[in-house]
Design a protein around this ligand. Structure first.
Ligand SMILES: [Zn+2]
Length: 346
């Protein structure tokens, strides 16, 4: 067989991973036990079986159910030590999957009530990231993400906070939750604050809604990267624009299938984006709920889309180039990609 290099050994960057969604299932079960939280049955089933719950998030009820599961998991993160554990374990899992650089995405607002407020919450998270970097050797930074279900003024507050903590490990600003709610341009001021403050603009778009939401990310939020962006595949002109501008799409195939954006892995338009020259960074999104992590996304590209080792290496390079890693780190990871290709085929 030709495709036999181990994708877990392929150096890569992980640019789309949500905070609570990165948790190990066993950790969530332990924390739920610690705090006496009764998790919804669909969630416990998914955690113990490793089979993602069927959510069909493409309709609003399904998305709401997904958010409810996510909220239940989030409610088990209560103390700084829980945060430290989550971050350390996310880093360990990434290292196992060959990641050399992880940008984890978090809305600190969600954790603020239990951690003493917005600023303490962000500081606890950033300290946890520093600790994980020291312990695992992984390069790791934070994207602060606003929630589009909330008021744009909240997003502005978050953007200012994110900029203030730029030197402490925040590298970008995101926008998450239901793309069908509100308009990207409602958040343009928040993104202007973030960009002027030197942060990457990395909003979600082109997942639950079509190409127009990707265009909005480009036109209104001047996105450097787009979270998901896969639905751009429906519009050749948009693909051309993404390719020409070098806007990286953070594509999360397992998530797309789990949430019903596409019916099967083969339907995720990885080939369409790749052939159009749109840079991609494969990501796991919420492995806690979707049951597979970073290396599995590369496996999926190999098995369901016929990506050769040379093409998988190119995907890994694209993830590195799209990251906010320092040039030195990028150079090391890119050299590692070449070494992987030049290495033994088992
Ligand atoms: Zn996401």
């Amino acid at each position: 067989m030709e495709h036999v290099r181990d994708v877990s050994a392929l150096p890569k960057a992980h640019l789309h991973l949500h905070f609570t969604g990165s948790m190990r299932p066993a950790t969530l079960l332990e924390l739920a036990d610690k705090y006496g939280v009764r998790l919804p049955e669909t969630l416990t089933e998914a955690l113990t079986s490793g089979e993602p719950p069927k959510l069909r998030a493409t309709d609003e009820r399904g998305w709401f159910r997904f958010q409810r599961l996510y909220d239940a998991a989030r409610s088990c993160l209560r103390e700084p030590e829980d945060i430290r554990r989550l971050v350390r374990e996310a880093a360990e899992e990434d290292v196992k999957d060959g990641s050399g650089w992880l940008e984890i995405q978090v809305d600190p607002t969600s954790y603020a009530p239990r951690l003493g407020g917005l600023i303490p919450a962000l500081e606890i998270i950033l300290d946890a990231v520093d600790g994980a970097v020291r312990e695992t050797g992984l390069g790791m930074r934070v994207l602060v993400a606003a929630n589009r279900m909330k008021h744009p003024l909240d997003a502005r507050t978050l953007a200012r906070l994110a900029v203030r903590y730029r030197d402490r490990g925040v590298v970008g600003f995101g926008l998450s939750n239901d793309e069908r709610r509100g308009m990207a341009r409602d958040f343009d001021r928040a993104f202007a604050i973030a960009r002027d403050g030197g942060l990457l603009s990395a909003p979600h778009g082109g997942e639950l809604t079509g190409p127009s939401s990707v265009r909005d990310c480009l036109d209104d939020l001047h996105a450097h990267r787009v979270g998901h962006g896969v639905r751009a595949a429906e519009d050749p002109r948009l693909l051309k624009r993404l390719a020409e501008r070098g806007v990286t799409c953070e594509v999360c195939p397992t998530s797309n299938v789990a949430l019903g954006v596409y019916a099967k892995a083969e339907d995720v338009p990885l080939r369409t984006l790749y052939d159009a020259g749109v840079p991609m960074a494969l990501g796991a999104d919420d492995p806690l709920l979707f049951g597979s992590r970073l290396a599995a996304q590369y496996e999926l590209a190999r098995h369901h889309h016929g990506f050769t080792d040379e093409e998988l290496a190119e995907l890994a390079r694209q993830s590195v180039r799209g990251s906010a890693a320092p040039e030195q780190t990028k150079a090391e990871l890119l050299a590692g990609v070449d070494a992987w290709l030049g290495g033994p085929v088992a």
